[in-house]
Design a protein around this ligand. Structure first.
Ligand code: FMN
Length: 398
């Protein structure tokens, strides 16, 4: 489903890829970036800065954390085999996915409740993403409204992620708001219809939604408010009591997908696909895309590493839908591997949340520029001039 954009429409990748040169040149004047270039180091720094509740909410996974480890070892099990003496002096990272032009095959994953790590939350993320032309996928569990996030970056590309309410009138209202606020693609998250078993959150008895955090979108929604005797501003706990069972605890069903199609005229992407048969079912249901994801290992302990499921899913989809990927992306080489295994683009999640926690908007910029600069350098040094040239032949099993 993805195709390369014509040259006239190629978004500028330079703001993302010139970071390495910029850092060394600034070093001549005595300055250093302040945050590490190795994005795996951000988690430890965020741990030192954040309270244990917010830190655990971001870093924690389901059960013993085996799925989070499997996500990383799935990347480690593939190794890039570089090719020499090819013309890769200038690289092309841009591509178009589902009508959205990307300066690099990277989007910011939907992450809820970002105000727990930084007061500006999603607004800071939207500003950083817009500055670099990278689309942001806004979560239904955001700490700012659909309209507020759109307003800080009115011209920026943006997608909306739905946590699918049990009340159809509320669902329809959310879709209507997202469309009117300029969100082009709908991402429907399937794997979090109820909360995973997360020991770090349980140990702190920490669930932000119960405190009315990460509820800005429903609490500002007319269809949601219509079902309340008092406004959320007047009776927070009644609003929490209406919202929590509406977006968590009831299993979603394939049979309900036509409701979304009837009320959304743009592309629809199903997030959380891990089995080739589910990917095929999504295609048969007319979905334009999927995100191969296990929610960063936050839902099921002992599950398959997300990257291990990617090749089988790409084969089953046979190009009939866009295939995006997340869960475990920590550096530019990971992006090369996911693309070589058939992903059209990746979603970046925890690293940008740590960047936000440590440096607000500038921290998110640092993370995005670091990731894409490393992608660009790794692509060229591996012998490829265009992300579109990557195939499984670029890799070998370790
Ligand atoms: C703190 C946190 C909150 C998240 N909130 C959402 C969300 O609201 N909606 C959603 O679809 N996915 C959510 N995710 C999952 C991410 O979109 C993504 O699938 C996952 O984090 C990828 O794993 P990684 O961060 O380890 O690479 C969340 C992840 C984290 C870490």
């Amino acid at each position: 489903m993805s195709s390369s954009a014509p040259d006239s429409a190629v978004p500028d990748s330079a703001a993302l890829t010139n970071y390495q040169t910029e850092i060394y040149l600034r070093g001549l004047g005595g300055s250093t970036p302040g945050l590490p270039a190795d994005l795996t180091r951000l988690e430890e720094l965020a741990r030192a800065k954040l309270e244990s509740g917010p830190y655990g909410y971001v870093a924690g996974g389901a059960g013993t954390g085996a799925t989070m480890r499997a996500n990383r070892s799935a990347f480690d099990a593939w190794r890039i085999v570089p090719r020499m003496l090819r013309e890769t002096t200038t690289r092309r990272l841009a591509r178009t996915v589902l009508g959205t032009e990307l300066p690099a095959p990277v989007l910011l994953a939907p992450v809820g409740v970002l105000s727990i790590v930084h007061p500006e939350g999603e607004l800071a993320v939207a500003r950083a993403a817009a500055e670099l032309g990278v689309p942001m996928v806004l979560s239904t569990a955001a700490s700012h409204t659909i309209e507020e996030v759109a307003a800080v970056a009115p011209d920026a590309p943006r997608w909306y992620q739905l946590y699918w309410p049990t009340e159809d009138a509320v669902t329809i209202s959310l879709l209507d708001r997202a469309r009117r606020a300029g969100y082009s693609t709908l991402v429907v998250t399937l794997d979090t219809w109820t909360l995973g078993y997360r020991p770090l959150d349980l140990d702190e008895a920490y669930l932000p939604f119960l405190r009315g955090v990460g509820t800005a979108i429903p609490f500002s929604d007319p269809a949601f408010r219509a079902g309340l005797a008092a406004t959320p501003e007047d009776d927070l706990m009644a609003a929490v009591g209406r919202w929590v069972p509406m977006f968590t605890g009831t299993a979603l069903r394939w049979e309900k997908l036509p409701l979304l199609r009837a009320h959304w005229d743009g592309p629809i992407v199903l997030k959380g696909i891990q089995h080739p048969a589910d990917a095929v079912r999504a295609v048969q249901a007319g979905m334009e895309g999927i995100v191969v994801s296990n929610h960063g290992g936050r839902q099921i302990d002992g599950a398959v590493g997300a990257l291990d499921t990617l090749p089988g899913i790409v084969a089953a989809v046979e190009g009939r839908a866009a295939v995006l990927f997340d869960s475990g992306v920590r550096g530019g080489a990971d992006v090369v591997k996911a693309l070589a295994l058939g992903a059209d683009a990746v979603l970046l999640a925890r690293p940008y949340v740590y960047g936000l926690a440590l440096g607000g908007r500038d921290g998110v910029r640092h993370v995005l520029r670091s990731l894409v600069t490393e992608l660009d350098v790794t692509l060229g040094l591996s012998g490829y001039a265009d992300v579109a040239e990557l195939t499984p032949e670029a890799l070998v099993r370790a």
